[in-house]
Design a protein around this ligand. Structure first.
Ligand code: PEP
Ligand code: MN
Length: 337
């Protein structure tokens, strides 16, 4: 249920509503908009309906949230959420570009990549220290050593960093080094991990599961907001379909759908969506045109020798070309880059 407060409702009146909800064991989540404050009442509907909420001072009306997701819904919070990652932001007017290698391999590879992507205009550096690999014999990432290299790259190059956390036991360690924690596609429904990143205060990037619906993505996001962390951005990274010409199928339609359903920012990862370097620039353009708040792309100094995802890594020149194309579209649709 959403308890819509009157314009100018006082803090005491809002608190009174919250107290009444707590009295019956319901949760109260406050969303303060520019004009209105909404108290999201979450719990057993019949119990909540026993409170005469509409009669409480300062309450304008009470309406049910029909969707299974509540806190992430646009109905609960009308204005788009802007997630700040160091000096960068996701969800504002700016189109944000996250770039870097699939995996942190060594200091040179990371620093070279960081410098090149910054120079071409990227806003956030990516790089995996813990890699979710299909085969246990593949490179698994440098672990904590990789995190330290990411911290070093931030200091030397001046870009905030996003990196994946795969294990609830690693959340504290990863959040010490990262500016944003990534939940990978394979862990989208690792509910313990979602709760854990929801309880710490670094922003989170939640990638859509390989075979997950938009509703499942939003329900996974709900776990993180419910645990207390409102700084969440979503990422469409392609889904499994019958098509074999690309690694996955980029579901471009999920961008306007998520935008309608949720106030959370959404970005697109055309690298994992396609697995093919030569079509990444085209899909990045499609993403910005369809209303995405940013992209995440993989870039490597020498893709032929990459330890992970070489075929989808852009060279530094490719990346510079991608940025130039995006700038033109950004200008045409009134976004900054
Ligand atoms: C990644 O971004 O490093 C990654 C492994 O992507 P995904 O979880 O989308 O497969
Ligand atoms: Mn990768």
């Amino acid at each position: 249920m959403m308890v819509i407060m009157k314009d100018g409702a006082t803090d005491e009146q809002i608190q009174h509503v919250v107290d009444k909800l707590h009295e019956v064991g319901a949760e109260a989540h406050i969303s303060r908009g520019e004009f209105k404050t909404i108290v999201g009442a979450i719990g057993d509907r019949e119990t909540i309906q026993q409170i005469p909420l509409e009669a409480l001072p300062g309450v304008e009306r009470v309406i049910p949230i029909m969707k299974p997701y509540k806190l992430v819904s646009r109905q609960f919070k009308e204005e788009g959420t802007v997630v700040r990652v160091g000096p960068a932001e996701l969800g504002g007017k700016k189109f944000t570009v996250i770039a870097g290698p699939c995996a942190v391999e060594n200091e040179n590879q990371l620093l070279e990549s960081a410098k090149a992507v910054k120079e071409a205009g990227a806003h956030i550096l990516r790089g995996g220290a813990f890699k979710p690999r299909t085969s246990p014999y593949s490179f698994q990432g440098l672990g904590e050593e990789g995190l330290k290299l990411l911290s070093k790259a931030r200091e030397k190059v001046g870009l905030p960093v996003v990196t994946e956390v795969m294990d609830p036991r690693h959340v504290t360690m990863v959040s010490k080094h990262a500016d944003m924690l990534q939940i990978g596609a394979r862990n989208m429904q690792n509910f313990l991990l979602l709760k854990e990143v929801g309880m710490q205060d670094k922003p989170v990037l939640l990638k859509r599961g390989l075979s997950s619906t938009v509703e499942e993505l939003l329900m996974a996001a709900e776990y993180i907001l419910r645990a207390g962390n409102q700084n969440l951005a979503l990422c469409e990274r392609g889904i499994r379909t019958f098509e074999t010409s690309t690694r996955n199928t980029l579901d471009i339609s999920c961008i306007p759908i998520v935008k309608r359903e949720s106030h959370l920012p959404i970005i697109v990862d055309p690298s994992h969506a396609t697995g093919r370097r030569e079509i990444i620039i085209d899909l990045a353009r499609a993403a910005i045109a369809a209303g995405a708040d940013g992209i995440m792309v993989e870039v490597h100094p020498d893709p032929c020798v990459a330890l992970c995802d070489g075929p989808q890594a852009l060279t530094f020149d490719d990346f510079a070309e991608l940025m130039e194309g995006l700038k033109k579209i950004a200008l045409a649709i009134g976004r900054e880059i």
